[in-house]
Structure formats: structure tokens, C-alpha cells
Design a binder for this molecule. Structure first.
Ligand code: PLP
Length: 385
């Protein structure tokens, strides 16, 4: 059975070009980039080149990039490293729809006595900037707001937010794990101080991420040990991961507009066809201001997990927002924050595409979904018969 992969916000395929580039660094070129000898030194040069390629995609200086192990580490470092650098400030502002890599840190900090403000969002997942402005004060160390939401694709106006926040002398961090490679980012033209990226979301391997740290930003290192990354993140580098991330960023830059336009066309075709063929469906998120690859659709009166299991029988991979807590399915915190009704939140499915998806895959999926939905609704106790 063929696999039709629409779960690219969870993780992506490593691009063939990336795989080809990194293979020698597992076998022949295994030197430590910190070594004095030429064998290790040649690897160090490749890390420098990767840093330069990533800097081109982000529009920043290579020296402003710190390699980390994943997006979660980048988010943790940004928040905890800022608080450690500004010990007199005890307040963090974020939103209710962040990834757990931010929310779990904030909730842990709250237990330690910090003041955490979680800003709400409207029905489309958008935040209110004046509410944010009213919360900024001298006690605020950091504002952390995602570039784009992983579940709905809703894009936040982070450049405007960064200006507002940094004008008050407060550090602004954005979790751009879902945004990089999908929408243009130019850090040289923005006031963003800290930005997180994860390799495995843009066709690089798992186990590598970056934290962008604007030159001059105070940040206390999170990982202590060796002198790697200029003493800002200790630990021997994930050499293949870093080289792969450099290549993945180079590939993302190539035909950036055309690729994302094509992905958006496929996403729109999938979404429109589903809405046309299946009654009682709705799109969650800000339809006009979304990542080009993401659609989150609620199928009223049925469980998202049941839909996923039936899609899986046809090799179609997607995801639902629900999480299993204490033996029951809890609808996604993002959809709950948006006020999506219970019956719709439970039946939500996220389809997230990549440049490797084809029109044939869309047609195949559009053919399979309506009978699945009709069958599940026949079995649903919530549908009047
Ligand atoms: N932030 C967002 C918005 C994400 O979607 C994810 C992963 O899904 C992460 C952070 C965590 O990234 P990683 O898996 O690299 O730790």
C-alpha cells in the first residue's frame, strides 16, 4: 500500500540531497570539529558553511546562530536563559496556543513563583495586540509568541509584536519551528531578539535545531561544559545534523515562492474538495493568514481518532489535535482556546503538506474521505437518526 503523507507539521522526510550530503559524516569524516588536526578541522569548516547557509535563509549573521538539539531545547534555552540573564525580572508573557515546548516551561516557572501571563486568542486563533501592550511592564523579562501555530497554521504578526515589545526594553522570542521555510523571514529587518527553529520540520534530520540570538542580546547558557558554540551551548556538535540543516535551508531557499505556491494550491484543493463533499465541516484557524501547507478541519459529531484510523487503512497519514489524558480524549488546547465547540474540536484533523506531495495524492484522499465520514456519522451517537 502506498503512503500518502500529510503530517509534515509533525515531522518531514529528510530530502534526498540532504541525505547524500550528510552520509560521509557518519563514516569517513567522523572527526571532532574541535580537534586540532586537519581530519577534525575539515568537519569544522563544513559546520561553518552550514551556519552561513542557515543565516541566508533567516537573513541574519552566521554568528547569531547557536546549534541546539531540537526546537524544544531552543525554546527552553530562550526562556530560561533570558530569565537567568535578568534575575530581577519575574514575569513572562506568552499565549494559550503555544506548543508544549513553551507552555510546559511557563507552567513550571509559575510553580517556581514567576508570573506567567497566557494571552487568549479569538475564534480564528488571533491575539489582541492591545491586550499584550497592557501587560508589558518593568517586571517583564521576556515575551514569547509563536510565529505560526502548529495545529491551525495561523500566523501571528510577530514582527509588529517584536517592535512593540523591544521598544519597552523587553526581550522578544518567537518559536518559528513551523514557519521557517514556509513563509519569508528576514531577521535583519525585524526586532526579534530570539528565534527557534527545528531541523526535522524542514527536511533535515531529527536531533538538530537552532536558536537565533540577536547580536548583543543577554542570554545565560543553558548547557554548560565544553567551549562549543562560543561557550553558548556546550556539547559536541551533531555534525551530520548541522550539515544536513544547512543543506535543507539551501533547498528551502531554492524556488521558495514557487514551491510554497504549489503547496498552497494543493492544500486549497484538498480543503475545498472536503468541504464541498462532506456536510457539517469547518476550517479552524485564520483562513486568510495561514501557513500555505496547513489545514485543520473539524468534522462535526465524530472522533478525530476514528477518522485517523480509517484514513490509515488507506495509507493516508494525518493527525488529530486530541491528547489522551487519564484515559479519555482531551480536545486540543489550541482549539479550546479558540472556543471551538466540543463536538467540532473532538472531530478535528490536521493535514499538513510538503513539497513532496502530489496532485494525485490529493485526488486519492478526496475520494477516500467522504465515505469514511458518512460511515462514522452513521455510527455516531451524536447524530440524530
Ligand atoms: N514548537 C512548535 C511550534 C512545534 O510544532 C514543535 C514540534 O512539533 C516544537 C516546538 C518542538 O520541536 P522539536 O520536535 O524539534 O523539539
Amino acid at each position: 500500500m502506498k503512503t500518502v503523507y500529510f503530517d509534515n507539521n509533525a515531522t518531514t522526510k529528510v530530502a534526498d540531497e540532504v541525505l547524500e550530503d550528510i552520509q560521509p559524516y557518519f563514516s569517513k569524516l567522523y572527526g571532532n570539529p574541535s580537534s586540532m588536526h586537519t581530519f577534525g578541522g575539515q568537519v569544522g569548516i563544513k559546520i561553518r558553511e552550514a551556519r552561513e547557509k542557515i543565516a541566508v535563509l533567516l537573513g541574519c549573521n552566521p554568528g547569531e546562530i547557536i546549534f541546539t538539539g531540537c526546537g524544544t531545547e531552543s525554546d527552553n534555552t530562550a526562556i530560561k536563559g533570558t530569565l537567568a540573564a535578568y534575575p530581577q525580572k519575574r514575569k513572562v508573557i506568552t499565549t494559550r496556543v503555544e506548543h508544549p515546548a513553551v507552555l510546559a516551561v511557563c507552567r513550571d516557572l509559575e510553580n517556581q513563583g514567576y508570573t506567567i501571563v497566557e494571552l487568549g486568542v479569538d475564534k480564528k486563533g488571533r491575539m489582541n495586540l492591545s491586550e499584550l501592550e497592557s501587560q508589558l511592564d518593568d517586571n517583564t523579562a521576556i515575551v514569547t509568541i509563536m510565529f505560526a501555530n502548529n495545529e491551525t497554521g495561523t500566523i501571528f504578526p510577530v514582527e509588529r509584536i517584536a517592535e512593540m515589545v523591544t521598544a519597552r526594553g523587553i526581550i522578544f522570542h518567537t518559536d518559528a519551528v513551523q514557519a521557517v521555510g514556509k513563509i519569508p523571514i528576514n531577521l535583519s529587518k525585524s526586532s526579534i531578539d530570539l528565534l527557534s527553529l527545528s531541523g526535522h520540520k524542514l527536511h533535515a534530520p531529527k536531533g538538530v535545531g537552532i536558536l537565533y540570538v540577536r547580536k548583543g542580546t543577554r542570554l545565560t547558557p543553558f548547557m554548560l561544559g565544553g567551549h562549543q558554540e562560543g561557550g553558548r551551548r556546550a556539547g559536541t556538535e551533531n555534525v551530520p545534523g548541522i550539515i544536513g540543516l544547512g543543506k535543507a535551508c539551501e533547498l528551502a531557499m531554492k524556488n521558495f515562492d514557487e514551491e510554497n505556491k504549489r503547496v498552497k494550491y494543493l492544500r486549497d484543493k484538498l480543503e475545498k474538495s472536503i468541504l464541498k463533499k462532506c456536510p457539517d465541516c469547518m476550517v479552524n484557524g485564520d483562513a486568510e493568514n495561514r501557513l500555505p501547507n496547513t489545514t485543520n478541519i473539524s468534522f462535526e459529531y465524530i472522533e478525530g481518532e476514528a477518522i485517523l484510523l480509517m484514513l490509515d487503512k488507506f495509507g493516508i497519514c494525518a493527525s488529530s489535535g486530541s491528547a489522551c489524558t487519564s484515559g479519555s480524549l482531551e480536545p486540543s488546547h489550541v482549539l479550546r482556546a479558540m472556543g471551538v465547540p466540543f463536538t467540532a474540536a473532538h472531530g478535528s484533523i490536521r493535514f499538513s503538506l510538503s513539497r513532496y506531495n502530489t496532485e494525485d495524492e490529493i485526488d486519492y484522499t478526496v475520494e477516500k474521505i467522504p465515505p469514511i465520514i458518512a460511515r462514522l456519522r452513521e455510527l455516531s451517537p451524536f447524530v440524530a437518526k
